[in-house]
Design a protein around this ligand. Structure first.
Ligand code: NAD
Length: 292
């Protein structure tokens, strides 16, 4: 069994980006600049957004973190977005989700200039993805594609089962893998909570992408020998033996499948670390598109 090491791969990508940025600086060009807006004090969101800002600093990007209080109105947030949309110093920006209940997430995502939408959540970018046109592929699916590519996994003609149909992972993943592209050309089944006889489908799958959010959902009897498993799930499970009181568990029963599969992403250290690297990649892409 080969571990698809997202930690190492993301470090490689960040190193490649850092080299590119130092090249730009050597040519007296300004580096790419990513901004992030966060509303409220949610602990997990703050951790994610801080990790993104830190990653920017490490590769030599400029970064701006805009922290707004929980009480920020929808209008105030829309105003912040309008400012970033026209700020020529900012190449890309993200609005950290989830937002407080009184703010309409769809309205906010719609307000972001698609050219700066490095999360790839704007409907225009999602539409371009569906049509296989140049866009910003959202970071998690983009990270999975990159991981498969760097491990030379062949997807063409393979049977893929994607479990979970969220807008940020399952749905784009199923579209990308079915498209005519290097990591693509697969025969994809998109399974979800209403799917019947899921086990029959997964047992036939050459590649399984699990994006459900139910710890250790995919059991050993659900996968065939030699399958490739991408585990997107991250759930915090209480664990008194850990300093922080929890451990991260994926959607795959790792110990039950590990001796059966040919490749698998660990949790943590698989898909998760790829996400930030791909956000940086999208920011670099936005930078080049705006420069040209
Ligand atoms: P979600 O929580 O929005 O939706 C879950 C999906 O699972 C739904 O489409 C639902 O139909 C499907 N589902 C639920 N029960 C099912 C069942 N019994 N059988 C089949 N399908 C079922 O999904 P999400 O936002 O994509 O998150 C999924 C998991 O991935 C979560 O653990 C989340 O934390 C994790 N995640 C990880 C990353 C990362 O960077 N590694 C990024 C995004 C999400």
């Amino acid at each position: 069994m080969i571990l698809l090491d997202g930690k190492k791969t993301s470090a490689d990508i960040k190193e490649e980006i850092a080299l590119e940025v130092s090249e730009l600086k050597n040519q007296d060009k300004k580096p790419p600049h990513l901004a992030a807006i966060i509303v409220g004090n949610d602990g997990a969101s703050l951790t994610y957004v801080n990790a993104k800002v830190k990653a920017c600093e490490r590769v030599g990007f400029e970064s701006t973190l805009i922290r707004l209080t929980e009480k920020t109105t929808e209008e105030e947030l829309l105003n912040e977005i309008a400012v970033l949309n026209v700020d020529n110093d900012i190449n890309g920006f993200i609005v950290q989700l989830p937002l407080p209940d009184h703010i309409d997430e769809h309205k906010i995502l719609m307000a972001i200039d698609p050219k700066k939408d490095v999360d790839g959540f704007h409907p225009m970018n999602v539409g371009k993805l569906a049509l296989n046109l140049p866009t910003f592929i959202s970071a998690t699916p983009f990270g999975i594609i990159e991981l498969l590519e760097r491990y030379h996994i062949k997807t063409s003609g393979k049977n893929v089962v994607v479990i979970g149909r969220s807008h940020i992972v399952g749905s784009p993943m199923s579209i990308l893998l079915s498209q005519k592209r290097k990591i693509g050309n697969a025969t994809v089944t998109l399974a979800h909570s209403r799917t019947q006889n899921l086990e029959t489908l997964t047992k036939e799958a050459d590649i399984i992408v699990a994006a459900i959010g139910i710890p250790e959902f995919l059991k050993g009897n659900m996968v065939k020998k030699g399958a490739i498993i991408i585990d997107v799930g991250i759930t915090r499970v209480a664990d008194a033996s850990k300093k922080n009181g929890f451990r991260l568990v994926g959607d795959v029963d790792f110990n039950a499948v590990k001796d059966k599969v040919s490749h698998i992403t660990p949790v943590p250290g698989g898909v998760g670390p790829m996400t930030i690297a791909m956000l940086l990649k999208n920011t670099l892409l936005a930078y080049y598109r705006q420069e040209n």
